[in-house]
Design a binder for this molecule. Sequence first.
Ligand SMILES: [Cu+2]
Length: 730
Amino acid sequence: MKLFYLICILILIGGLSFAEGRLLRGRVTDAESGHGLVSAFIALEKNATTSDSLGFFTLELSTQARLLNVSLVGYEPAVVAVGSMPIDGLIDIRLQRRIMVVSDAVLISAKRNYSDSQFSAYSETVPTALRTVKGLAMVRRGSFAEDPSLRGVDGSKLGVTIDGMKIFGACTDRMDPVNSYVERENLARLEVSKGAFDLNRGQAIGGTINLVTDRPSFARRISGYSEVGYESVADYRYGRSVLNIARDDLALRGSFSFRQADDFRPGRRAPIENSAYAKYNFKVDVSKKYVGHQLDVGVLSDRAWDIGYPALLMDTSKARSHLYHVGHVWKRPQSALHMLRTKLYFSRVDHWMDDMERDVGQREVMPDMHMPMYGQTHTGGLIANALFLGADSTLELVVDWYHLRSFADMEMTSKLPEVPDMYLLNLGDVRRDHFAGAVNYNRAVFSTVEWRLNMRFDLARHDIHDPLGRNQLAATWGYGELAQRYATLSASTAVAYMLNNAAEIRLSVASSARLPTQIESYGFYLYNPTDGYFYMGNPTLRPERSRQVELAIRYGKERRRLSVSCYYNQLGNYIVGVGSGSVFKHYDHSDRAVIYGFELEGEWPVTEHVMLHLQTSYTHGHSADFAEPLPAIAPLDSRIGLRYERSQYGAALGMRRVGEQTRIASQTTLEDSTPAFATYDIYAHWRFIEKTNLTIAVENVADRFYHEHLSIANLPSPGRNVRMALHREF
Ligand SMILES: [Cu+2]
């Protein structure tokens, strides 16, 4: 440590004493460790050099040179404005270590950075922000709690976490996907990793979505924002506030929001009955810094009620979640073990649904029967990360453990007096212990090649504990099959080749596994609206397997960006419903399914203030067993947008065109073809007073009536929507 300071002082003195008018001197260092970086490439227009073994460099300074470009494999490239630098001193250039990023990040940040490359700054809710990700589509069951589908894989086959913490929805009909328990003001960004290439956060077949929450900031004593808004399509109104207080080494961040919507109107039609909802959310985090340490404690709480699901048989009367965590971060910038992070968490989710508000005499499924249902999950877990920094490599070790308890039951009360009431246990106290260890190794192999190896080992056991639940399943599968153990190994590796400072080509391959969920293993008598069958779990299921390959090309120079990726995903032991009686199915393995597709995204500056944005994605799914397309595959989806940005105001025009989907799974589901459609959106924002921003948007300007292919029961999408939001920072 002393030596380090000594070197720093020597460098400063040295830098100052050797200062000359025509020479630019500097040092390139690792931003985390402070070590000098050898062989960094430093370019000042036509002049270029590389740094020496201690990171120092000297460069001749031409008169009008402005921007210094610094690049080194394994680090984020940096651009330093020389004009603003004291050229008689020593320029300190700190490079951020680049761990090969395998996920797309969507910024949600409270700061509302309108110049973000995506239109996410205009997104009101978490689902609308998710929809901006190419290759991601949303399954709609109502106007609440849309459920993501990534590259043709949806529902429980995807891993959705909050800061890496596992939390499980309590609804057996997927009315409460994990993202329904967070709000926009909770989040800093969404990390979407497609395919099975990022195994740090969980098992992956289709991908993982990590909802990264905003942390308390130590920067200012008091800061935050308040926002109110209104949307015409559902008389939607909301308010949200964030308050951050910091004092010395203690910081607190609290947020609260309330939102409520009435029935929404699809294009040129009357409102869809029973599609309203109301919810509130709060989150409080406290962080305390010690020398080299930080302690974090937090709670995230969400409650929603009176939620209508027009596409389902039932509605949610109440949904509630609590997530508590305690975390500790230890940092040692000068040592090989750079960071140690541990987090303990506990979550509880409660879900009540019923059909009391509905005319059950008219329905085809279970007529004249009310079926109120209750579900609950408890999850407790531990995540530990250790980060080691080597000279040209990084190593991350992850331990990920959780214990899940899951319960769901249903009463069946007939309106006909001669039919006796019944009780049904849908998930009879299912308990699972899941332990995983992951290794993520990044290495700069040559000056232009980076290599990443990510491996994950999962060990799990689960069983059903309620005697009634055991009897129900044992009748089919036998008592001996109820308790199960699993051990799986997943691995992915990627090689990135830097063609030059602006372009990269990357090849990734992965072999991964996914354990069956508690519903796939132990669910009992659960109605699935996509095929009209009642499902029974199968405790004898084996893990689903996937083999994938992806080729991606990225180009980025100044404000121009282009990325193309093509992927191929071969799934084995694919878990699907297989008919076992007139209206019954059980979960079983299908032999082989294949999903492939591509995604493309580009940005091009038309003028200094106008940006053109393009994106398109296509997914193709095929089931070899049923010799037909896989169900619920989103069709070709293309977007084009023009964005105009000034410092005080901005505007955007967007068009989205979605092709028809005629590739449907007619043997296994009730899905039908979906016609093509196009929608147009207009956005504008104006900072009319310092720190106060007004957003006005018109979505689906033409008031088009349409539905997405992934909408359950062809539930239409909203019609013309006028949105307004007033945002005030302090
Ligand atoms: Cu439900």
